[in-house]
Write a protein that binds this ligand. Structure first.
Ligand SMILES: NC(=O)c1ccc[n+]([C@@H]2O[C@H](COP(=O)([O-])OP(=O)(O)OC[C@H]3O[C@@H](n4cnc5c(N)ncnc54)[C@H](O)[C@@H]3O)[C@@H](O)[C@H]2O)c1
Ligand SMILES: [Zn+2]
Length: 342
């Protein structure tokens, strides 16, 4: 088992290791003296693992709620029914919420925990690769509004994260690739060894090590910039164009794979502008090919940039781009949006 201590305003442990979920009750005892636990999950993860988690927590007074899986249910309606569920079960601030599932369950249950009684503690149990390496650590929670993704939310750090790679045995391949997009991103922005390992070996044979390394990188950025005002923006490498890829393909290319293409395209753009040396775009393309991921998007690149300029992060005519000068050498680069379509 590997342990990572995340030093945010409210610090917490991330336990990483195969079979660690079986120690969940012990780990909870170490962080909170509570009687009642509310497990929140989606229907797919609930069907697979709901009973197992209830059994592991059998010493507690457990209540349990499943909501329907999928981005379409990451909504205020779901939040509303979950808040009612916690209230009906009379949870108090001495009790605990357990978020079991992928990034959606974590984001929704985290937001519900941030708002119920103005904030109760919650534990993240990520079950997708993406949620293990990304969403379960860092404290960003929230839901979608009809105008866009993640528009309502709160910073609310978990009190514990238990990350057990054994959950990934049932994860569909496409969902694994989704997480892999973010894993490759961590290599690109800050760890050449990780990038080389992914390029030369099979990620499946090194899962625990890879997940640990990614969480460590994410935690380092979060500790430096908990509320996302500067350094943490580097975690958005590949995301500016990635979000545009998602939008122009009407979300047919899922997020992690869109980020993969976005990383390659932003490197191509920076290399063509002579802002960075040539080479990274090809390396990323080779990685996407190796893992059979989406490598390009069939549309005019100008359309992608136009989609970017409608992005919520724009400050007037300026845009902050995350570029890499080399693998693991990441910079923030502010430019004028008119330069993007050159
Ligand atoms: N809070 C953050 O910092 C942050 C960061 C990145 C992404 N996100 C959010 O995360 C969400 C995406 O997360 P995701 O990719 O984990 O999606 P997800 O939660 O929808 O999970 C993907 C699918 O896999 C299923 N699933 C989950 N675990 C499984 C398992 N072990 N076996 C079989 N099936 C399983 C789920 O039911 C779902 O259908 C997005 O809404 C995104 O906005 C948040
Ligand atoms: Zn992402």
């Amino acid at each position: 088992m590997k342990n990572l201590f995340v030093k945010t305003s409210k610090p917490y442990d991330v336990k990483i290791g195969a079979g660690e979920i079986n120690n969940l009750a012990d780990y909870i005892k170490q962080v909170k003296n509570c009687n009642k636990i509310a497990i929140i999950t989606d229907d797919v993860v609930g069907g697979l693992y709901g009973k197992k988690i209830k059994d592991i927590l059998c010493d507690y007074d457990v209540c349990y709620h499943e909501f329907l899986h999928g981005e379409g249910h990451k909504t205020m309606d779901t939040v509303s029914s979950l808040l009612e569920f916690l209230a009906q079960n009379k949870l108090t601030r001495s009790d605990l919420v357990v978020a079991l599932g992928g990034g959606i369950a974590g984001d929704v249950a985290g937001f519900v925990s941030a708002s119920f009684l103005r904030g109760i503690d919650f534990v993240q149990i990520p079950t997708t690769l993406l949620s293990m390496v990304d969403s379960s650590v860092g404290g960003k929670t929230g839901v979608n509004l009809s105008c866009g993704k993640n528009l309502a939310g709160a910073f609310h750090q978990p009190c514990l994260v238990v990350c057990d790679p054994d959950f990934l045995a049932t994860l569909p391949d496409e969902e694994f690739k989704n997480g892999l997009g973010e894993v490759i991103k961590y290599g690109c922005i800050s760890d050449k060894n990780l990038f080389d390992l992914l390029a030369t070996q099979d990620v499946h044979a090194n899962l625990e090590e890879v997940i640990y390394t990614c969480i460590k990188i994410k935690a380092d950025f979060v500790e430096q910039d908990e509320f996302d005002k500067g350094e943490r923006q580097k975690l958005n490498f590949g995301h500016t164009l990635g979000h545009a890829v998602e939008k122009v393909t009407d979300f047919k290319i899922p997020h992690g794979q869109a980020v993969g293409v976005g990383m390659k395209l932003i490197c191509q753009w920076a290399e063509n502008q002579n802002l960075t040396a040539k080479g990274c775009a090809d390396k990323i393309d080779g990685m996407l090919a190796k893992y059979n991921m989406v490598r390009d998007v069939n549309c005019d690149k100008k359309l992608l940039w136009q989609t970017v300029t409608n992005d919520k992060k724009l400050k007037g005519k300026q845009i902050d781009l995350v570029l890499i000068k080399d693998i693991a050498d990441c910079i923030l680069y502010r430019t004028n949006i008119d330069d993007l379509t050159k």
